[in-house]
Design a binder for this molecule. Structure first.
Ligand code: COA
Length: 262
């Protein structure tokens, strides 16, 4: 994807990617860094975040790592204060950290429900809220992109907590788009469909033995790739996306209109 964008597209920007140590988060962090941003990888597991940052630095780009559990507001606040102090500000927040598992709702425990809502929805609130002041001072117009999923509006059997949390995030981003549009911050979501090379797809499709079935429902005839999502995020945080606010960029090969989920 690198050659698609101008190599200096994001020079001078500082980006925080939560859950940036693996999967979609790492792919996005790597692309943003390759286009000139300093990327801070935030993750629960220090070694994973550190390794990701080192791999980006090893490719000749700028990155650092911070241990952050997005459920812990004081920890999030501290991380953002440190980024501002060390990097001089914050321009881009990618709310990517998420948890998910497949479990029929009648078998789900209240703590199972709470755990996913806490990581996905409360974590997105925590990071967006704590980043407000820094983003509002961005010279490049502050951006928040939250990664949701197209089943935020279709629902998904066995994924009630994640579907509900992502629907909540969608509503939060729309609300903040209106509240913060005149405070120098644009808020949007990217909604991936089935992305073949991710932990999420493994849990939702392959482990459930429905990979081939799901593929038959994707009009373009292939699963998405992590690179497809990273490119969509990059568009939204670049100058090309400077009039896009409060929208959902659905990257699912048309899956949302191929009705039926189960
Ligand atoms: N099925 C049912 N319940 C589950 C579960 C599963 N597969 N995995 C966890 N839970 C429940 C636990 O039983 C527990 O509830 P209980 O105390 O009532 O038993 C609760 O969720 C918390 O589990 P715990 O393991 O303590 O939480 P955690 O903070 O370590 O996070 C995950 C667990 C599953 C949220 C986390 O490990 C995760 O999501 N990892 C994968 C990340 C991922 O897939 N990302 C892509 C998202 S699309």
């Amino acid at each position: 994807m690198k050659g698609i964008f101008q190599p200096d597209l994001l020079v001078g920007r500082v980006a925080l990617v939560t859950g940036g140590g693996t999967g979609l988060g790492l792919e996005t962090a790597t692309l943003l860094a390759s286009l000139g941003a300093h990327v801070v990888i935030a993750g629960r597991r220090t070694e994973v975040a550190q390794e990701a940052a080192e791999s980006i630095v090893g490719q000749g780009h700028r990155a650092s790592a911070l241990q952050v559990d997005v459920r812990d507001y004081p920890q999030v606040e501290g991380a953002i204060a440190r980024i501002v102090q060390e990097q001089g500000g914050l321009d881009i927040l990618i709310n990517n950290a998420a948890g998910n598992f497949r479990c029929n709702t009648e078998e789900l425990t209240p703590n199972g429900w709470r755990t996913i809502i806490d990581i996905d929805l409360n974590g997105t609130f925590n990071c967006s809220h704590a980043a407000f002041e820094a983003l509002s001072k961005s010279k490049h117009v502050g951006r928040i992109v939250s990664i949701i999923t197209s089943y935020a509006w279709s629902g998904w059997p066995g994924c009630a907590p994640a579907a509900s949390a992502k629907a909540g995030i969608q509503s939060l981003m729309r609300t903040l788009a209106v509240e913060w549009g005149n405070r120098n911050i644009l808020c949007n979501t990217v909604a991936p469909g089935a992305i073949g090379d991710t932990e999420g797809a493994r849990r939702i499709h392959e482990d459930a033995g429905r990979g081939a079935h799901e593929l038959s429902r994707v009009p373009v005839g292939r699963f998405g790739s992590r690179a497809d999502i990273a490119a969509a995020v990059t568009y939204l945080v670049s100058d090309a996306g400077r009039y896009v606010n409060g929208t959902d960029l659905v990257v699912d090969g048309g899956r949302q209109f191929c009705f039926g989920t189960a």
